[in-house]
Design a protein. Structure first.
Length: 417
């Protein structure tokens, strides 16, 4: 692996040097409403049976182009492999020699966040590890073995749902970057923000309180936005302001496979993750001209505290339901639907080290991928699933087969009694 310095020479941001160029992506847009013939054509394409014919013709041509797309992918694979052999795609930033680099990570109590914090610390980054619980701080420090006077692990209590916690985190991090204590002459930069904090809940829509939906959105989506907004003005100035500039900063958002495909019984989690995915993709386009990369992480099921006892979590959620809901659905509905579904991920529960490895790539590489899909089921199965029409997906995806008690079917658990 090769390394490269990340200090770039002062130069104006790209959009100031290309302002006179024609934005070729929008050459066909003139700021005027569509002409009458375009409106008529659009109306026709939404009127049966013409819409059916148009859809069939479109997908016929799409499938006819598949061999060409396959040839392009073969060429692209060769290019990627050669760039890997030449070290172009594996070039990493250097956090220790000519500069000091900070990495901010949320959700470091356990799981991916904790593992990434320790990995980044071992590589020489100064890690600001946000933990939800105060008791998690000492454990992180104890694992670092930093010499006195050269601490590179700064754990802090950070609840991403609280403005004050996030503002305090930003003050500490930016104070270090600006070298307010004056202890180091090497330039300091904010290299990466990793939004890892997350929660997950399951259950049918009429089982779950609105507070649970709000909490999932608050942590999984709004928490990421809150952290990003606290650092974004500085990140932009760090790239395009006066003085030494840094062109390798990145924002890494933990999204999950649930941000790409839907899953029955997971509306709270999926809604928040789809929102985080959409936000991340739009943010990536917004920050292209500010030298800030945006990376999304989309792992499938891996061994973390959030996924290791999904059956127990399903039973716990059931016990918290009001008695009238439990009576309406019956114990069989829980056991033969939700519990059986909760057992499925165990067959595709991969080692968590794979996600940590991809997170390290997103932090280290000079040219990280825009998305890391981790897990064989996600990497290969998701791609196909996302391309299929909805009616095929709905046919292939598993369903709850056992009816609820209020459908008039007897509850087997009551029969046994």
């Amino acid at each position: 692996r090769t390394t490269a310095t990340s200090i770039i020479h002062p130069s104006p941001p790209p959009f100031t040097t290309t302002s006179a160029m024609i934005n070729w992506q929008f050459w066909f847009l003139r700021g005027k409403p569509p002409s009458p013939w375009k409106q008529d054509l659009n109306d026709l394409l939404h009127t049966e049976p013409y819409s059916l014919l148009a859809n069939g013709i479109f997908w016929t041509f799409a499938f006819l182009l598949a061999p060409l797309a396959g040839s392009v992918m073969v060429c692209w694979t060769v290019v990627r492999y050669v760039s890997y052999l030449c070290g172009y795609s594996t070039k990493t930033v250097d956090p220790s020699k000519e500069q000091e680099l900070a990495v901010v990570i949320t959700g470091c109590d356990t799981g991916f966040g904790r593992d990434l914090a320790l990995a980044c610390h071992a590589k020489g980054y100064h890690v600001f590890a946000g933990c939800l619980k105060k008791e998690s701080l000492a454990g992180l420090v104890a694992l670092t073995n930093d010499p006195i006077g050269n601490k590179k692990m700064t754990p802090l209590v950070v609840d991403v749902c609280k403005d004050k916690d996030v503002d305090d985190l930003a003050k500490v991090v930016l104070g270090w970057v600006k070298n307010e204590e004056g202890n180091d002459k090497k330039p300091r930069f904010l290299h990466a923000i990793v939004n890892n904090a997350g929660i997950g809940n399951s259950g049918l829509v009429d089982w779950v309180d609105m507070d649970v939906y709000k909490k999932n959105m608050e942590v999984n989506c709004f928490g990421q936005i809150r952290v990003i907004k606290a650092f974004l003005p500085f990140l932009k100035t760090q790239y395009g302001g006066v003085g030494a500039k840094y062109g390798d900063a990145r924002i890494i958002n933990m999204v999950s496979m649930a941000g790409l495909v839907h899953c029955v019984g997971m509306t709270t989690y999926a809604a928040s993750k789809f929102a985080a995915e959409g936000f991340s993709n739009a943010l990536r386009m917004e920050l292209r001209d500010f030298g800030i990369r945006v990376v999304t992480m989309n792992p499938s099921f891996h061994e973390t505290p959030l996924t290791l006892d999904m059956v127990g979590e399903a039973r716990s959620d059931w016990e918290k339901l009001p008695d009238d809901i439990k009576t309406r659905y019956g114990v069989d509905y829980l056991e033969k639907n939700l519990i059986e579904f909760a057992k499925v991920p165990a067959s595709v529960m991969w080692r968590s080290e794979n996600v940590t490895r991809d997170l390290c790539r997103a932090v280290d590489l000079v040219r990280p991928a825009t998305r890391y899909v981790t897990g064989s089921d996600a990497r290969f199965g998701l791609l196909i699933q996302r391309m299929l029409p909805d009616f095929i997906n709905e046919f292939l995806l598993p369903r709850y087969l056992h009816p609820p008690a209020f459908f008039g079917h007897d509850d087997d658990s009551k029969k046994e009694k």
